[in-house]
Ligand binder design. Sequence first.
Ligand code: ACO
Length: 311
Amino acid sequence: MKAGILGTGHYAPEKVLTNFDMEKIVDTSDEWIRTRTGIEERRIASDNEDTSDLAYKAALNALNEAELSAEDLDLILVATVTPDQAFPTVSCILQDRLGASKAAAMDISAACAGFMYGVITAKQFIETGAYKHVLIIGADKLSKITDWTDRNTCVLFGDGAGAAVMGPVSEDKGILSFELGSDGSGGKHLAQENEHIIMNGREVFKFAVRQMPESSVNVVEKAGYAKEDVDYLIPHQANIRIMEAARQRLGIDPEKLAVNVNKYGNTSAASIPIALSEGVKEGKIKDNDLVVLVGFGGGLTWGAVALKWGK
Ligand code: ACO
């Protein structure tokens, strides 16, 4: 049995904070942010909108696209480092709110790679036949742990949620290969200390610019394809320069790279599923396409899959 993606969804809060708005908050410039990161604006959730609210909207969107109801779900996985509170988990809040009467629920904590950990966990449950339909959501409201006085970090992040419903697909479709990894020795470079994010940007950059290209190539080769066969690359949207490094390593054309970091900034666990959902809705991902999803994050963590699109 093969596990694949049956539907995708996303949600970004309404409030837009542009680089020009950031210039009024810290000593920075639109030019610096755009040239170093590719970010032009980001979305910020309102005070009465928490991570579970973002996740709920993305989940409804994904269930709708999958043409399934919440009662069809066997498991809900929410990847987040900014849950509403430690417990009840965001996944349990959603189980109740969606009315997923037979679903188990747990949160996954792997920072920006969390959605990849979720997808690969879901794959195991589906391919063993233990569960049929799994809802995976990447949702983060990083604005609540952002230090709005630190220009090194506050210009980078945004809020949002993306979701995918996974289930069994035909033998020639679905997830072909995966890679997961961690390196706790690099944990100090990107962490939540007291209530805020702290980051050694240069160290994280060095790690990411090595790991994302390497993991992308690894999953393509494990799947038995050549690098150039990739039809669509969806990297974690942290920095356009890191994303470009992965694209160039695969040797694929610029239009095959999913880019929305300009609109949303780095939305942590939400970034890959938002880009995936947009890619599907904009017709950039088509039946039988070879798609690579690849992420890295605090921990340090990373994960990638190669998949054949379609049911
Ligand atoms: N505006 C203006 N100047 C700034 C800003 C800013 N917002 N932020 C930092 N600077 C300054 C610094 O103070 C430093 O100045 P100094 O040299 O006088 O000390 C200088 O800019 C640093 O410049 P560069 O070295 O050219 O910056 P770099 O090219 O390394 O880009 C960046 C910095 C964008 C943070 C980069 O290192 C990066 O993207 N790193 C990876 C970060 C990342 O991906 N984080 C997310 C991880 S995912 C997760 O789990 C959340």
